[in-house]
Design a protein around this ligand. Structure first.
Ligand SMILES: C[S@@+](CC[C@H](N)C(=O)[O-])C[C@H]1O[C@@H](n2cnc3c(N)ncnc32)[C@H](O)[C@@H]1O
Length: 202
């Protein structure tokens, strides 16, 4: 993943609000443009992995920007979300992904991503403190030499605290940018986003 000169996109393509209107989802067009910009910088052989795909808005955005490997993990525990709906939305908007259905933590601990090199990781699932911290820790064995970790809802106190504790314990991770969301006067960034750069450091 080309992390060095990654820049947060300034303007969202009109495709994103249109698609979001149709698909529905817990995001803003800017968030979709952000994951797409990150996915577009993946390098051959790398994967985009997303935990929490719901109806597919962020997954469609990212997978349209990256022809290579894309993995969506969801247990479809949230109302209105289902595998069938996700597959239909992906097909309708020209996205693609391998969908791994189940609890993200069990799947990651069980080696579900074995053999993959994850260049972009988007975490948008359970946001309690423990899950958030585990969601960052458990992806580490699969990360590419350089990777971007994007965490949604970073305005929330428990998410913010988990990110801070993760950064404090993991010297290979450094926060590249923090985009405040609606509670910080920027509703265009939903509930806030944290962008973390990972450097395997060999
Ligand atoms: C906020 S939604 C994701 C929104 C999506 N990224 C979008 O663009 O609209 C969170 C999703 O995480 C899933 N989820 C929550 N806890 C999970 C877990 N432990 N394992 C797998 N998926 C989980 C829910 O089923 C839900 O679909």
């Amino acid at each position: 993943m080309r992390v060095e000169d990654f820049e947060v996109p300034q303007e969202a393509d009109p495709f994103y609000p249109e698609m979001l209107d149709e698909v529905g989802g817990l995001a803003k067009p800017n968030n979709l443009a952000l994951v797409a910009a990150a996915a577009s910088r993946l390098e051959p052989g790398e994967s985009y992995v997303e935990i929490g795909s719901f109806k597919g808005a962020s997954l469609i955005a990212a997978s349209r920007a990256w022809d290579g490997d894309v993995v969506a993990i969801d247990d479809f525990s949230m109302g209105e979300g289902s595998r069938e709906r996700l597959e239909q939305n992906l097909a309708r908007f020209g996205g693609h992904a391998e969908i791994l259905e189940g609890d993200a933590f069990e799947l990651l601990r069980g080696g579900a991503l074995e053999g993959r090199r994850v260049g972009v990781y988007y975490y948008d699932a359970a946001h309690d403190y423990e899950s958030q911290l585990e969601g960052l820790r458990l992806i580490e064995p699969y990360l590419a030499e350089r990777a971007l970790l994007i965490v949604d809802d970073s305005d929330w106190e428990r998410v913010d605290r988990a990110i801070a504790d993760y950064l404090a314990e993991q010297p290979r991770a450094r926060e590249l940018a923090r985009l405040g969301g609606k509670d910080r006067g920027h509703p265009e960034w939903w509930e806030g986003v944290s962008i973390i750069a990972w450097s395997g450091g060999t």
